[in-house]
Design a protein around this ligand. Structure first.
Ligand SMILES: [Zn+2]
Length: 363
């Protein structure tokens, strides 16, 4: 009984309110004197923002889920680097936590792929279409309720309790932005194939990956730092690469060409920065290249042998054919991606080689 009363008091005290300070939760991990990773830890939503300081100013790659979420991270970065001269914002693609804090970087050039602006349109529609907006607010409000309800259950686990508290502040700010609306700032500088950004003491090489995870995915290579920022291309360790609904054969060939160019001997990579996990190494790249190569070969062979899509899907499981990757837990992001990849590659190959028309009967 006493416990119940205490927990009853405890939950509202620990639950996040607008007064909660996110500062202590946010991490800035230095990779080198010039480069740091900024992220706001939570149970399952880590998103890496890469910060680079250069002669031309500060550069940030990706800007989290909303301005209210981005603001305390930006503040902590500025305190860490003792400067506020933001020169460039680069968005790896248009999903939620990669470009929704752009509006905080007034005066900086927003840089991304040619398809980025169109890809970002959903962030505006989510605010302007009432049903969509309501669904999203309900969804994240439910997450907040679940987190508050979970808090007492983990009282004996301080590390997990801290993650829940961190999530409560994060989602509380995010829901406020969803409710009140925020400015979506699209790129002011775009490129198609490749772009070299000269920052004085170092240069960034921006590379379009092709339509896969989204329509605007880019990678950023920093030769002077031997760093490759991959956005969602290396999403996190063991996560299967993607072939999307919008992917065509040219995109699959582009994935392979881009990965081959990054794996060339003269390209020095020590850190691979994935979108959503701890930093990885160059060793994660060959399995991604090999995945696309083998998928292409296997689906082509299956079609030649006259297998159906269902048979091919059953044949090409991650467990059987691609042990470098693992299926994520059911219901989480990435669940079903392998089946979807096979289906999309099947469609791509069918588009490329339509079934031959039967020959007219000879007299
Ligand atoms: Zn994404």
């Amino acid at each position: 009984m006493i416990t119940t009363i205490l927990l009853g008091l405890l939950v509202p005290l620990l639950a996040a309110g607008p007064q909660s300070d996110p500062g202590p939760y946010i991490r800035i991990d230095r990779l080198s004197p010039r480069v740091a990773l900024a992220y706001w830890p939570g149970i399952d939503r880590r998103c890496n923002l890469t910060v680079i300081q250069s002669q031309k100013g500060l550069v940030i790659i990706d800007t989290e889920a909303s301005p209210r979420v981005m603001a305390p991270i930006k503040k902590k970065i500025e305190q860490t680097f003792h400067r506020t001269d933001w020169a460039y914002v680069i968005n790896t693609h248009a999903h939620d936590n990669h470009c929704s804090g752009n509006s905080l970087f007034q005066g900086a050039v927003i840089l991304g792929h040619e398809n980025l602006a169109e890809d970002m349109q959903w962030l505006i529609r989510r605010q302007t279409e009432p049903d969509w907006k309501r669904r999203e607010i309900d969804r994240y409000s439910a997450i907040l309720r679940d987190l508050r309800a979970a808090l007492p259950r983990y009282a004996a686990n301080p590390a997990f309790t801290k993650l829940i508290q961190s999530d409560l502040i994060f989602y509380d700010l995010f829901v406020q932005d969803l409710q009140q609306g925020y400015e979506v700032v699209k790129p002011s500088l775009i490129f198609f194939d490749k772009y070299t950004l000269d920052l004085g003491d170092l240069a960034l090489e921006l590379i379009f990956f092709g339509k896969g995870h989204s329509n605007s995915d880019i990678l950023i290579y920093v030769p002077q730092e031997r760093i490759l920022v991959t956005g969602a291309i290396a999403y996190q360790q063991y996560r299967v690469p993607e072939i999307g609904e919008e992917s065509h054969l040219a995109d699959v060939h582009r994935f392979l060409a881009v990965l081959d160019s990054l794996l060339a001997d003269q390209v020095k990579i020590e850190h691979v920065i994935p979108g959503h996990s701890v930093p990885l190494t160059r060793a994660v790249l060959p399995p991604i290249r090999d995945y696309y190569q083998r998928m292409l070969k296997e689906v082509q062979a299956a079609r030649r042998q006259g297998l159906t899509l269902d048979q091919t899907t059953r044949l090409l499981t991650l467990r059987a054919k691609f042990p470098a990757f693992r299926d994520p837990p059911p219901g989480t992001y990435g669940d079903g991606h392998q089946e979807r990849n096979v289906r999309n590659l099947w469609r791509i190959l069918a588009e490329d080689q339509p079934a031959p028309k039967p020959e007219p009967a000879k007299p």
